[in-house]
Design a protein around this ligand. Sequence first.
Ligand code: BGP
Length: 473
Amino acid sequence: MRKDFLWGGATAANQCEGGCFEGGKGMGTVDVVPWGENRFPVMLGEMDYKNLPDDSYYPSREAIDMYHHYKEDIALFAEMGFKCYRFSLSWSRIFPTGEEETPNEEGLRFYEEVIDELLKYNIEPVITICHFDVPLALAEKYGSWKNRKLIDCFVRYCDAVFSRFKGKVKYWITFNEINMLLHLPFMGAGILFEEGENPVQVKYQAAHNELVASAIATRLAHETDPEYRVGCMLAAGNFYPYSCSPDDVWKAMEKDRDNYFFIDVQARGQYPAYAKKFFEREGITLNAEEDDYRILRENTVDYISFSYYSSRCASADPDILKKSTAGNVMKSIKNPYLKASDWGWQIDPLGLRITLNTLYDRYQKPLFIVENGLGAADVMESDGTVSDDYRIDYLRDHIKAMIDAVDIDGVDLLGYTPWGCIDLVSASTGEMKKRYGFIYVDKDNEGNGTLKRSRKKSFYWYQKVIETNGASL
Ligand code: BGP
């Protein structure tokens, strides 16, 4: 492993920050996604978020209150030896309605303090500019990313943070899991549908607008500071054919392409042939300006970051299709060779090596694993310890596979930031109970708890992994 390999951890503002009404922050789309049974319909854009009971919203509005605990949390990351920390900015903390002429100074100052605190410990900030987090006012006024107006708003936001944090940050990621837009249009991109709209047309229009915005942001970053490196971000995990039947192989290829669509544009600078044909077949016409295609071509990303929780399976056989399993939003067929987490997400360490190789073969750009991990219902013993051996096992196996991809296969990998390095609110369930952290946070699903931070067994294990650059697993 390279000496400067970026070992660290990852979080997102809306899942850990809290302070929803502090520091002049405006409401973000994530702040109105409820927990409980209404969560998925709202995330899908199939249910109106208005008129839900007040207590529907506690998770993202309070979360683990990192807004007030960030110094303590960063000190713990430093104690583990983090070389980098991936976190996101809340757009509406900086532009409360998304359309102000000037940014909210208090919001910028908050993130500057976070960055300075990281630099104090020589921890490299890795910043996601938009992690499921659009100012609510932009969603209500324009329907969010389906409107080109969002491109200007996003670029103004990028300009504010690129110029403010110049010299302090190197790695930026424009949109978290950009492919989620197709699966969770409201959660992923703040899209609100209107009666009679064709959802496929709307989603690909929004995708086009995000892709152009991402490319302009990449250009702006490079103009602002030639040291800046901008990445795209994919919810990855290869689709395996359920059998060696060519029909299954073809299905898996089609499913993979749905995911690669975004990255093909961001890494190669143009719409792939298969997407153009798909648009023709579906009658999708993009509202695009002539210059858009030049902008996409000239401003490809510097690296490709991705989340990996599991591989997936595809089949052409309708009977096999019934054997579905849970996973990171995209439904998949249960793979009989794999075990699963308590939430049904299947565990496939070799799948990480396969995914790394596939992405590297396809794009020939540096990769960055910015999410990976095991969600589990940890139990704190009466002596205050948390023995999360299952998490250590999961991470050990995935790190081994990652090291093989680098040392044996020659994949160019910048770093590894396990998801939810400190316990935080789950994106899919809105619960605290589904924990990923090396650091336990005392808070339960109902919002009770002291918010006290405690080191789990995995904390000490990961500390050793980093100290030995992956030699001690
Ligand atoms: C990804 C998101 C994260 C995160 C993670 C784990 O899709 O980028 O925000 O939450 O999945 O998912 P969950 O919290 O649902 O277990």
